[in-house]
Write a new protein. Sequence first.
Length: 280
Amino acid sequence: MTQSLRLQTLALIGQEFLTRALAHGGSLDSAMADMLLAAKPTSGREKAATALTGRIRGDAATMRQGARNASEGADMATMIKNTALSLGESLSEMQTLVQSVAGGRINAADAQAAFDGLAGSIAASVSGARYNGISLADRAGWNDERLTDNGDTATLPIRMGGSASTFSLHDLSALKGLAGTDLAGAYSQDSTLGDLTTEISQYIGTVNAMASGYEALAGLYTSQAKHLESQADILALAAARVIAGAGNGTPASGASESSVKNILIDLLLRDQGKVIDTSS
């Protein structure tokens, strides 16, 4: 757990305190009480500590769920990347066949079976790319309430802690149109074969760009998942220390909820510098 992550988390907590104070026209102390204290006051050091840390423990749980969601986003992006790479390989083989027919190095009829096999594989990959039932590359499968269909793209919200990320999907169903191409018929002329080669080249560029983009996206989601887990660990540890301190008698006999709150602040800010000015 790095020093920078600790400082960033503490700064976020401090910002929350200050924002609440400014928004409601109250003092910093009352804003902290609103955030950390239970709605109904309780007596006893351990009950007070549990109430004080309830919001923090809840935030830690939210961050952990956000980390899991971010990990799923990374898995989904990785699946699309792998699908795009596989499509790129099949398209390259298909392009080689067409170029060979156009150059007279192979007979169109002899190349047809291999071409059809590749076209079938491509269509199956586009239709079959799914994650948790979500169609990743075929608009035909976007009649899913989790998705917003925008035509050539669809979007899926991914909740990560207190924010949401929009995951975009791109339609590759046009690739399925390569199935049924007759190399010995409609594409028997050199000029038409050249057009087909150009079309396939464009598809190759598209899937290669997708593979690169989703690989980067997977890395970003993975980093975010680790970051949220680290923040959750910091908050959970601070809450656990407060509760443990209350149980061990750290607060003086008859300690108030306010004094337990001060213990929480001291634990959060220990050796980190005063992010929050507790003197006012």
